[in-house]
Design a protein around this ligand. Structure first.
Ligand SMILES: Nc1ncnc2c1ncn2[C@@H]1O[C@H](COP(=O)(O)OP(=O)(O)O)[C@@H](O)[C@H]1O
Ligand SMILES: O=C(O)C1=C[C@@H](OP(=O)(O)O)[C@@H](O)[C@H](O)C1
Ligand SMILES: [Mg+2]
Length: 176
């Protein structure tokens, strides 16, 4: 039975995009913790944060992580999943953790083009460029210490998927 694969990294690094493709290639299930939350609460991230604050959202996020974790599943996490030590330990112990690494300039460009503001309300109140630099300063070491593998996410999604396949000792579900 193959372990779950957790994709971690900052907003815009491609966890959702790459995760869906990777799941198709491997014949695994795909789950996104933000999508799960939206379905289970009937609220967007922005609505949860408006009602309960970021602290409330983070508690829901931990619950979502536990709920979606299953064998042969690709799990796209939200960018802040690594903030809680319990989440970091859970992912490390339960599966393979992949950090999709990209610099603040690339992330800000993607998010400016595709803000999805109901999914990504501001974290700091600053501009997207300033926010991504600040977020990476705060979280890069957490992504690094949690990851079993670090993948360059500043290449096409297809190449990112290939890089993950090369890094991971996984077989397609049909061959397991
Ligand atoms: N490797 C990539 N190259 C170019 N654009 C990308 C790449 N990965 C994702 N994107 C784009 O960046 C935006 C955010 O991607 P998404 O998968 O939602 O990131 P995340 O889930 O990590 O926040 C989307 O518009 C997506 O099409
Ligand atoms: O970085 C963060 O703290 C967040 C990232 C978002 O997910 P994506 O990384 O998929 O954008 C979403 O979970 C929420 O807005 C918080
Ligand atoms: Mg996402």
């Amino acid at each position: 039975m193959s372990l779950p694969i957790f994709l971690i990294g900052a907003r815009g690094c491609g966890k959702t995009t790459v995760g869906e493709s990777l799941a198709q290639v491997l014949g695994y299930a795909f789950c996104d913790t933000d999508h799960y939350l939206q379905q289970s609460t009937g609220k967007t991230v922005a609505e949860i944060v408006a009602a309960e604050g970021w602290e409330g959202f983070r508690q829901h996020e931990t619950d979502a992580l536990i709920a979606v974790t299953a064998p042969e599943t690709i799990i796209a996490t939200g960018g802040g999943m690594v903030l809680a030590e319990a989440n970091r330990c859970f992912m490390q112990e339960r599966g393979q953790v992949i950090w999709l690494q990209a610099n603040a300039t690339v992330l800000a460009a993607r998010l400016t083009h595709y803000p999805q503001s109901s999914q990504r309300p501001t974290l700091t109140g600053r501009s997207i460029t300033e926010e991504m630099a600040e977020v990476l300063d705060e979280r890069a070491s957490l992504y690094q210490q949690t990851a079993h593998h670090i993948i360059d996410a500043m290449q096409t999604p297809e190449r990112v998927v290939m890089a993950i396949l090369n890094a991971l000792p996984v077989a397609p579900a049909s061959q397991v």
